[in-house]
Design a protein around this ligand. Structure first.
Ligand SMILES: NC(=O)c1ccc[n+]([C@@H]2O[C@H](COP(=O)([O-])OP(=O)(O)OC[C@H]3O[C@@H](n4cnc5c(N)ncnc54)[C@H](OP(=O)(O)O)[C@@H]3O)[C@@H](O)[C@H]2O)c1
Length: 328
């Protein structure tokens, strides 16, 4: 057995801007807090202002405890408050996603690190107001739209910019079939498979993006955090079987804590040794194997074309051309 994975604590300038989608709880919460403790400005992009505000308060309380117990490390800031901010983002709505994008653009800020972390695991088939299956839109499509619009900012934000997708081992249980991607026929819906599909799409997105990057300094990686005891299974815990299963896994310490689940994400975001690392799926901070579907270039390109069609109303010509045309 190797040592537990960990990330280095590095001193980050306040001007380094990090966006964490879904930073108000779980893996995103721990990630946002630990990166802010290193000094960077962290923006948690969340659907609920109340939950985000509460989370920022809790982060500062955690930080106070760390300081009070003398646990600050070299590289941590020693200040009154953590540099964490909130921006509104509901990935289940393309309008809200565009509002977030426009608000970020009009702030005139740079963007160095984009952590596409928010996600859900629903038990029932649900179609958003935009007409897409919920996992597809929240876990994948909304993040695609953000990347498409904010990549030009990242490309001019200086050296060592990074995008990280929070994927999952569940991508290995996916079945790539875009004809059924929206579960138009309700009998096509299978909760675990649709969750897995959305996590597969994130890895495919990583590859398609990189094919169009042509040596730019924005790196793109993905990772699996392990089985983590977070609120992800909140829908499932309403079902007795899952509730018992999760309780047993937690008691047997099969599940990781949110902090342990965040380690690979923080490492991918800040570790100087990961500078320039591209196109990998990390598990415990190390490149790991992906499914054949994830690596299948034809599938990746089919998804890319399909996605551009889904988002055509939201991707003007300048954004499309900056994103890169057909892969070369
Ligand atoms: N936990 C695991 O075992 C595990 C394993 C593999 C991968 N992952 C992935 O890890 C990521 C983080 O999940 P977690 O385990 O930390 O779960 P979590 O505690 O439920 O956190 C998920 C985050 O996503 C946000 N979110 C959900 N729907 C959203 C929407 N429509 N718009 C914006 N934000 C939304 C949630 O916001 P609210 O609080 O407002 O709902 C929350 O901040 C997810 O992508 C998940 O798929 C988790």
């Amino acid at each position: 057995m190797g040592a537990s994975p960990s990330f280095p604590v590095v001193s980050l300038p306040r001007e380094r801007i990090v966006v964490v989608t879904g930073g108000n709880t779980g893996i995103g919460y721990e990630t946002a807090k630990h990166i802010a403790m290193m000094g960077a400005t962290v923006i948690i992009a969340c659907r609920s202002e109340q939950r985000a505000t509460d989370a920022i308060k809790r982060m500062n309380e955690d930080y106070e405890q760390i300081k009070a117990h003398g646990k600050l490390e070299e590289g941590h800031i020693n200040e009154d408050k953590l540099p964490v901010e909130f921006m509104k983002l509901d990935l289940a709505s393309l309008k809200s996603t565009m509002d977030f994008i426009e608000a970020f653009k009009s702030s005139g800020r740079k963007l160095h690190v984009l952590l596409c972390n928010a996600g859900l695991a629903a038990t029932e088939r649900e179609i958003t107001d935009d007409g897409y299956e919920l996992h597809f839109q929240v876990n994948y499509l909304g993040h695609f739209l953000i990347v498409a619009h904010l990549l030009p900012i990242m490309k001019t934000s200086g050296d060592d910019c990074r995008i990280v997708f929070t994927s999952s081992l569940a991508h290995k249980f996916a079945r790539f079939n875009l004809d059924k991607a929206q579960a138009k026929n309700p009998s096509d819906f299978n909760n675990l498979r649709f969750y897995g599909n959305s996590k597969l799409y994130q890895i495919q997105h990583m590859f398609s993006l990189l094919r169009r990057q042509h040596g730019e300094h924005v790196t793109v990686t993905s990772f699996h955090p392990g089985a983590v005891g977070t609120e992800l299974a909140r829908d499932y815990t309403r079902r007795r079987f899952y509730s018992v299963l999760m309780g047993a896994m937690s008691a047997l310490r099969i599940t990781r804590t949110p902090f342990q689940g965040a380690v690979t994400l923080v490492d991918a975001a800040v570790n100087p040794a990961k500078k320039g690392l591209n196109g990998v799926y990390l598990v415990d901070c190390k490149p790991a194997s992906m499914s054949n579907d994830a690596r299948n270039e034809k599938y990746q390109e089919e998804l890319w074309t399909y996605t551009l069609e889904c988002l055509k109303q939201y991707l003007p010509e300048d954004v499309l051309s900056a994103l890169g045309g057909p892969s070369s």
